[in-house]
Design a protein around this ligand. Sequence first.
Ligand SMILES: [Zn+2]
Length: 626
Amino acid sequence: MNRSKRLLRAGVLAGLLLAGAAARAAEPPLPDRDPHSYANPAQLRVTQVALDLSVDFKRKRLSGTSELQIAHVDPAARELLLDTRDLSIERVETSSDGKTWSKAAFQLAARDRVLGSKLSIAVPADAQRVRIRYTTAPQASALQWLTPAQTAGKRQPYLFTQSQAIHARSWIPLQDTPLVRMPYSARIRAPKNLRAVMSAEMHEQPAADGAWEFVMPQPIPSYLIALAVGDIAFRSTGERTGVYAEPSLLDRAAYEFAETEKTMELEEQLYGPYRWGRYDLLILPPSFPYGGMENPRLTFATPTVITGDRKLVSLVTHELSHSWSGNLVTNATWSDFWLNEGFTTYLTNRLNEAQYGLEFADMERVLGLQDLRDSEEQAEPADRVLVRATPAADPDEVFSSIPYERGALFLTWLESLYGRPAFDRFLRGWFDEHAFKSASTAQFLAYLDEHLIAQDRSKASAAQIDAWLHAPQIPAFAVLPRSDAFTQVESQRAAWLGGALATSALPTSGWAVQQWQHFLDTMPASVTPAQLQALDAQYGLSKTPNAIIASSWFRAAIAGGDQAVWPAAAQYLQHVGRMRLLGPIYRAWIATPDGRVYAQQTYAQARAGYHPIAAASVQRLFDERP
Ligand SMILES: [Zn+2]
C-alpha cells in the first residue's frame, strides 16, 4: 500500500476515534459479499443445512443430498448462488413446504483455480428449501482418504475433513463464507464397524437404518462443519469433556488431555460461559495438516502433541479458546482472520498463565514471537500486515503466524495500557455482545473505541492502532515477551558452541520441550556439522519420539550442514503431515541446491500421505524459488 493511502486510512481512523464520547459510534454494517465466495447472502441467504451422505471408501467419494433452507432477504431475487469445487451436481429441486419438490434449473460455471465453480440455481418466489443431489471428487480439497496403513490401527480406512478456509465447498454445495451462519444436521452412512463423528451433538449408536445422526443447533459458519469416519472409540475425561481416537491411542490421549475440563472452567471465569454443551477432542492420524482445528464441540487434533508429559497441551487450550474467539464471534471474511487467531492466541497465553504459571506462558509467548519474526521474513511485503489492503487471492497461500502472533501482541499492548481488569471486562463484553455473530475488523475498531479507548484517549493514538493493523512489522512500541528460562538456554548454548561446555554437560535433563525448541530453532549459523553430530550422538535427537523436538532438530541440523541427518529427516516426513512441522524442514533443504534435489525426492515419496492442503503448501515452497 502506498504512503498517501496509509495517511488517508490513518485519517479515517482518527476521525473514528475522535468522534468518540459524545456520539455513540454505531458499528458499521458487515460487507454484503465475501471476496472468497460466489454467494449472494444479501439477496438469498441459507439459514439451515441438512446433509444426507454416504461414505464410499472404495471410490473415495461422498454422495447424497444437501438440503438448504433459504431466506428471501431481497424478495425480488430469483437466483441462489452457491460455492462448489469439483462436485458433480446430479439434480436440484426446490420446495415451498418441504413435501412437494419440483425440479429446478441450475448452472455450474467453469472452475476457478481458487474459488471453484459457482452454482446458480433458479429459485421461485415461494421456495423455502433447495435440495441438491451430488457426489464429491476423489481429489476434493477438504477430504483426506487414508488407507489402513496410514492409521494407527492399520486395519481400517479413515476419512477426515478440513473445511477451513474455503474447502467446505469441495464436499458440500453451500454459501461457503463466514458471513453466513447456520445450524446444521446430518445423516451419515458409513461402512459397518466404522464410526462417524461430526462437529455437532452426537449419539453413541447409529440409527436403526445404520446412519449416524447429528445436530448442530447453534448457527455456525460453513468452515466449522466437520466429519471424520474411522475406527474411532471414545473415553470420557470430565463432566463435559472426552477424547475420540483410534482404540490403540485412546489411553495415551485420555492421559495427555485429562486437564481439559479444568482449562474450560478457568476460561469461563475469564470470558463467560462455554456455550456449546460438550467439548471433545478427536485425535487424528499423523497426516492431519494442522496442529488442531477448532470444529465446535469436537476439536480435531494432531497426535504429534501426545508426548506423555502434558507439556504440549496449550494446543488444546488454543482450540478450546476458539469456542469464544472464532466460533462464537467469527471473522466476517478471511481478511479479518486476525480476529479469530490473534484473539485466540492472546486467550491461550492468558490461560497458560492461569493454569501453568508465568514461566511456562512466557516460554510459549517467546516461541510465538520467534514464529512471527520468521513469518515476517518469509512473507511477501503485502502479506506482512495484520489486515491487508486487498484480499489475498487464496487464503491458504498467505497463511502465516502474523495474524496469530501480531494480533496477540496488539491485544497485549492494549492490556498494558488500560490494565488487565479493564481489558478483561472489555473482551468479555465483545464476546457477549457479538455471540453467534460474524464480525469485521471495522466493527472491532468501533467497539474498541467506544468501550476501551474512550476510557482515556491519551493512552492510544489512531496512528498507533493504524501501525498495528497496517505496518509491515511489529511496531516499535510493542510490549515484547521475555523468558528467563530461554535466556539461560542461550548462555548455556553459547558456552557449548564456544567450547567452554562439553556436549554431555548441557543441562538438558531439566529442559521443557519449549527449551529444546528454543535451543534448536534459534541455533546460530556458526554451529558446525561436527557439533551437531555430537549433539545427536549424545541426545539421540534423530530418534526422538517427540515430534516437535524432532522437527526443530531436523531443521537445525539441515540448516547447519549436517547431511548425516537427511535420511532420518526424510523418514520423519513420510509419516508426519502437520504443516508447521514439515514446512521448516523442506524450507531448510530448499535453501541449497543439493538439499533441494533431496527435498524433491523426499516429497515425491511422501506426497501421497499428505492431506491435499499440506501437499499444496509444500508444493508452494518449491515454486517460490527457481
Ligand atoms: Zn487457531
